[in-house]
Design a protein around this ligand. Structure first.
Ligand code: NIG
Ligand code: FE
Length: 436
């Protein structure tokens, strides 16, 4: 019997069924950020890829008695959570930057390497030379890594092309990847990642290329749901960012922004002014920036792995953001330079250790809040009747262990739309009908 490919099945004896059930909007304020809505010895009834019922195992007994042929999956007391939603990645790129990794270890900074023509420009060169097939193959490997550690929805940015053709090539790869991976993908245009070498003397020319050529093509071919800009010292200025994002908003794209990773320069305030869905990074954002985000209900996407992997020690002030009532999101920022990790559990560990978030807050930020930041909060991110059956069976018995056991290979069993997409060596087993 393979209950896991069944149209209808039940999962019983979830030691902690962490539903994250709550209001149909992002969680904000300490009470909501910490509310896990856990059902002890919980159960899920799944039908046609969706959650039909959520409750206690005991409460499902009548259903199981009536539907004798219903396949039943016994979670054997393990923790069950919604799948992770990784709301910020740069998953499509060629090559790696292991050489720069060594250079940084030997003392050069990320910014110095970039100023010498390395960094993002390095990956742009490799990505321009790669064929779409090669990119798809490499991105497929990255997607597989995400999946293994429990990510079920992932936002993927372009941004290593920086020309009409190559940005379109990358967005095409994201579309092809979406057809090949069970992961739910959300594409974002990040043509304004850095000014490409050939436009160094003509920045306005590049902004104009993005606004007049790239954005219209993206709209015509429906290649992205969001537009992002790297707005920071040595990237795009506030004025340039505003122009690009304004144009993107006008053609119906949602807005995300890389802001204040290296300096508090008003990027957070600009995200608020433009009504962006998210402002990401925020390592240098001060109380004024936080207040602006709160006022405009912009969700902060914090990416502590990029601080850690760059060997820096200035993390965003997550506690101040939580206190200000921001609907905090955590993400990997997976990319070949500043954050070569796809692991949401690792990000949660960093968030707890380095930014003093509680495991409960980190889990909310990695699931339901991340889902809302992508416009998918009514579909994924929590385990509630009517939502997609995207969930994880972990090998833990206490949800806090997800963050507490740092960087251990705690590979969960992953379900997306009710399909078991991966099996790990765990002690959970499919039992015969009703034998629970
Ligand atoms: O989010 N900040 C800009 N972009 C990426 C880094 C990309 C790279 O180094 O390749 C980030 O950290
Ligand atoms: Fe990024």
């Amino acid at each position: 019997m393979n209950g896991l490919a069944a149209k209808k099945f039940a999962v019983v004896h979830c030691g902690q069924l962490v539903t994250l059930a709550g209001p149909p909007r992002p969680r904000r304020g300490l009470a909501e950020m910490r509310e896990q809505a856990i059902i002890e010895d919980g159960a899920l009834l799944i039908a046609d890829g969706k959650i039909e019922r959520v409750g206690a195992t005991e409460g499902l007994r009548t259903v199981l008695a009536q539907e004798k042929k219903l396949p039943v999956f016994d979670a054997q007391g393990c923790v069950v959570t919604p799948g992770f939603v990784d709301a910020h990645t740069h998953m499509v790129f060629a090559g790696s930057r292991a050489t720069e990794f060594e250079q940084r270890i030997e003392g050069q900074t990320y910014r110095q390497i970039a100023a010498a023509g390395g960094g993002i420009a390095n990956t742009v060169l490799a990505t321009r030379h790669a064929t779409a097939e090669d990119l798809l193959q490499q991105a497929g490997r990255h997607a597989e890594w995400s999946l293994r550690s429990g990510t079920t929805t992932v936002e993927v940015k372009s941004g290593y092309g920086l020309s009409l053709d190559v940005e379109l090539k990358i967005l095409g790869v994201i579309r092809s990847l979406a057809e090949r991976t069970p992961l739910r993908l959300v594409p974002t245009l990040l043509a304004a990642h850095t000014v490409p070498a050939e436009f160094q003397e003509d920045r306005a020319g590049y902004v104009s290329l993005v606004v007049r050529e790239i954005l219209p093509r993206v709209r015509r071919d429906k290649l992205a749901r969001f537009c992002d800009v790297f707005c920071d010292e040595h990237a795009f200025t506030l004025v340039e960012s505003r122009e690009i994002l304004f144009a993107a908003k006008n053609i119906g794209l949602g807005l995300r922004m890389h802001v204040e990773q290296f300096a508090a320069d008003g990027g957070a305030a600009l995200a608020a002014e433009l009504g962006a869905a998210t402002a990401d990074h925020l390592e240098f954002t001060d109380s004024e920036g936080i207040a602006a985000l709160a006022h405009a209900s912009v969700q902060p996407v914090l990416v502590p792995a990029s601080v850690f992997c760059l060997g820096r020690d200035r993390y965003p002030n997550a506690r101040a953001m939580l206190d200000a009532g921001l609907a905090v999101v955590l993400a990997t920022d997976f990319n070949p330079g500043s954050s070569p990790t796809t692991s949401m559990p690792f990000v949660m560990s960093l968030a707890c250790q380095q930014m003093k978030m509680l495991p409960a807050e980190a889990l909310v930020a990695s699931t339901i809040n991340a889902a809302y930041s992508l416009g998918l909060g009514n579909m994924v991110g929590s385990l509630e009747a009517g939502k997609a059956a995207d969930f994880l069976i972990h090998e833990f018995h206490d949800y806090r262990e997800l963050a507490y056991f740092a960087a251990v290979p705690n590979l969960p069993q992953v379900f997306i739309a009710g399909k078991h997409v991966q099996t790990c060596s765990q002690s959970t087993a499919i039992l015969a009908n009703g034998a629970y």
